[in-house]
Design a protein around this ligand. Structure first.
Ligand code: SF4
Ligand code: SF4
Length: 129
């Protein structure tokens, strides 16, 4: 009797190792170069030009006039990278962090510049003038 082609493939696959990555028991599949993960904000490099506020399609940024910086809430981010491309001082960059699931949508990991940090900057800048 002739073995059907599908059956011969199935039988040969039974002898091969599984091709799956059993995460979380192993590391995730490595991210490629240019991967668009969590946006990182380098506050000290920011000059408060507001270009990121203008270009972001998801309303992630809020400009804080008193300290001339921005805040980010990444719960809205669609990882399009437009803010990174437009920032003139490289204050924004895409990292390769993608394990961002959380029980709290305002989790600290999804925010840049929290209230206390804004207060700190305000105090510092106030001290200079
Ligand atoms: S990656 Fe896109 S959606 Fe996310 S903060 Fe930047 S501009 Fe906004
Ligand atoms: S585009 Fe860059 S420098 Fe301008 S406000 Fe945004 S983060 Fe700051």
């Amino acid at each position: 009797m002739k073995i059907p082609p599908t059956l011969s493939v199935v039988l040969s696959n039974l002898l091969k190792k599984p091709a799956t990555n059993p995460f979380p028991h192993t590391d995730p599949v490595p991210t490629p170069e240019g991967f668009r993960g969590k946006v990182v904000y380098h506050v000290d490099k920011c000059i408060g030009c507001k270009l990121c506020v203008t270009v972001c399609p998801a309303g992630v940024f809020e400009y804080v006039e008193e300290i001339k910086k921005v805040t980010l809430w990444l719960g809205r981010c669609v990882f399009c990278q437009q803010c990174v491309d437009v920032c003139p001082t490289n204050a924004l960059e895409m990292s390769n962090e993608f394990l961002l699931a959380t029980y709290d949508k305002y989790d600290d990991n999804l925010r840049w510049l929290k209230d206390e940090e804004i207060e700190e900057l305000r105090a510092k800048q106030g001290g200079k003038t």
